[in-house]
Write a protein that binds this ligand. Structure first.
Ligand code: TEU
Length: 570
């Protein structure tokens, strides 16, 4: 009984961050305002009308801080500086103000598992082993001429990099060698991080998405792990992702920063089992919400190894999605997404029949994720139905992990053609291509004809200018979904209503939200007709009609509908 009461209280509890619709911007690829081929902060400010028209209420901007850009800004050299190619602090202040005037808040990306090796702390740490900054990072001696252990970094190769000009000495990096991990065991380092976070919050940003935060605690034994690939290494995740002891760091982080502000904290938290969601997003959780990757990585066995592909079926996605929603609802609040800057395009990933990797498919997927319980996150380009590209050579890729996965695939015995196929399917560059604003040769992204990354090339078919003015476009459908969630009579139900799964055929994902209304959602994830059982008013439909055949309602291939059952009276 107590449990149920607690649940009810949680559901009723209104919070500004539960009501937002977030739009994720990859600044390098959004809009280039100064013609250097690279998107920038002013470019975002100039496109605020587009975002306001879509109806989003919050922007998450991927890292814009001073960086050598080895991992496109996830390698920070100065946490309080702005990368020159993105603009200046004044540009950011101007963006915060201009967005605020349109009712749009801003959150930034907080990357504190690691810094860049060009950060002043790391430079001091390697210049002098006696420096107080030495202990801001993780240094260890090698074993008989080998690195301290056999852990494989997320971007390939050993996690250990020899320290220049020192004998048998290595530093630790979970990701690229230019991203040395910060040593969270050191209280002085932790205090510097908290001070920096508070400094940003004082500047008027609405909060943070917190990068790779489940990696901050490393098993202190640093022992070898089981080898799991032909490269002779074992995944670093085994000993560094969501490990015992992390709870102390995360609770302290929250206590020293987020908790003291009217702000939102969204943790990137792959690897957290559902029975620990209470600690992460429960009443006294470390974060307001977290991203759950259990279903995002359905097509590959392990998020960072793209050659291990799965043969998933819609029923698997349904099971994972329902499990995820159940766990989140039991504990707190979720951050729902189809895409982000690390994932391929959802149309290419989740719609297995290529003929439906079109506007029908994009709207079906939109319906599937947007009305789940939690705050929806839309990734730039998803709202116009962008798809993956096909590159002919590995030379055309920029992303560090694409290049690593290509070589790892070859090492595992796949041919060059197969390796390229894996990378084309999963490359993080798929979602990082310059945004197609119109049908021009450079897609209106930049005055430069040489953007930093090749376009997808299909801007004639998929571009914002066309999408915005066409009533039946994916953009218009997203706008309708946002209107329905945030500005209609169903707002209370769509934001705060209870989630429950509905029974359906294997290929249909069906669920219900109930608050002061009851709404039902049906999404056919197959190219076959599917019968569903429902009655009520159709509020949203990616086809012109919902057909009846032999007394039953039948969804067409990849059809999605939202049905209003009616009002609830207590
Ligand atoms: O990604 C962290 C990370 O672990 C992801 O690779 C995650 O495992 C995967 O998305 C789950 O499928 C973050 C950033 O999002 C990424 O862009 C950075 O490259 C990385 O951290 C390093 O900062």
């Amino acid at each position: 009984m107590n449990m149920i009461l607690k649940e009810k209280n949680r559901l009723d509890q209104q919070e500004f961050w539960k009501e937002e619709v977030v739009y994720q911007i990859y600044p390098k690829s959004f809009y280039d305002s100064d013609g250097d081929g690279i998107g920038d902060i002013k470019g975002i400010t100039q496109k605020l009308d587009y975002l306001a028209e879509l109806g989003v209420t919050m922007l998450w901007i991927c890292p814009i801080f001073t960086s050598p850009m080895v991992d496109n800004g996830y390698d920070i050299a100065d946490y309080k500086g702005i990368q020159t190619e993105f603009g200046t602090m004044e540009d950011l202040t101007e963006l915060i103000e201009a967005a605020k005037a349109k009712g749009i808040k801003l959150i930034l990306d907080l990357v504190v598992n690691h810094s860049s090796d060009e950060h002043a702390w790391f430079q001091a740490a390697i210049a002098d082993p006696a420096s107080p900054y030495r202990d801001y990072y993780i240094f260890k001696s090698g074993e008989a001429g080998n690195p301290p252990n056999n852990w494989r970094s997320i971007f390939g190769g050993s996690v250990w990099e020899p320290v220049p000009n020192e004998d048998n000495m290595y530093y630790f990096h979970t990701f690229d060698k230019k991203q040395p991990d910060l040593n969270w065991e050191n209280p002085a380092l932790r205090q510097e991080i908290y001070e920096m976070i508070n400094w940003w919050l004082e500047k008027g940003i609405a909060g943070f998405r917190i990068d790779s935060i489940t990696f901050i605690k490393k098993d202190q034994d640093y022992e070898d792990v089981a080898v799991d690939g032909s490269d002779g290494f074992g995944s670093v995740k085994v000993k560094t992702r969501n490990r015992p002891g992390i709870e102390k760091f995360l609770a302290e982080l929250n206590r020293e920063t987020f908790q003291n502000y009217e702000c939102v904290s969204v943790g990137e938290a792959p690897g957290v089992p559902y029975d620990q969601y209470d600690q992460y997003i429960g009443e006294d959780g470390y974060f307001n919400m977290i991203f759950d990757f259990h279903y995002a990585d359905i097509d590959v066995e392990n998020g960072s190894e793209w050659f291990r592909r799965t043969n998933w079926q819609p029923q698997d996605l349904k099971d994972l999605l329902f499990k995820s929603q159940g766990a989140i609802q039991n504990s707190g609040w979720g951050a729902n997404f189809l895409e982000n800057h690390d994932q391929p395009r959802s149309l290419s990933k989740y719609i297995t029949d290529e003929r439906y990797q079109n506007e029908i498919g994009a709207k079906a997927l939109g319906t599937l994720f947007f009305f789940l319980r939690g705050t929806p996150f839309i990734y730039q380009g998803q709202e116009i139905g962008m798809k993956n590209f096909q590159r002919e050579t590995i030379e055309d890729f920029n992303d560090v992990s694409s290049i690593d996965n290509y070589h790892r695939s070859l090492l595992e015995g796949y041919s060059e053609k197969e390796a390229l196929m894996f990378v084309n399917q999963r490359s993080r560059d798929n979602n990082r291509t310059p945004f197609p604003w119109d049908a021009a040769e450079n897609a209106g992204f930049s005055e430069s004809n040489e953007p930093w990354l090749k376009l997808t090339g299909d801007q004639a078919a998929v571009n914002a200018a066309d999408q915005v003015q066409r009533e039946d476009s994916v953009f218009s459908y997203y706008r309708q979904m946002i209107q329905l969630r945030n500005h209609s009579a169903y707002r209370q139900t769509l934001i705060y209503g209870q989630f429950s799964p509905l029974k359906s055929t294997d290929a249909v994902i069906a669920y219900e939200r109930s608050g002061n209304e009851t709404l039902q959602f049906f999404v056919n994830l197959s190219n076959q007709e599917q019968e569903i059982e429902t009655t009520g008013e159709v509020l949203l439909n990616n086809y012109n009609e919902l057909q009846m055949q032999n007394g039953a309602q039948v969804l067409q291939p990849y059809q999605a509908v939202v049905i209003r059952k009616g009002e609830n009276h207590d």
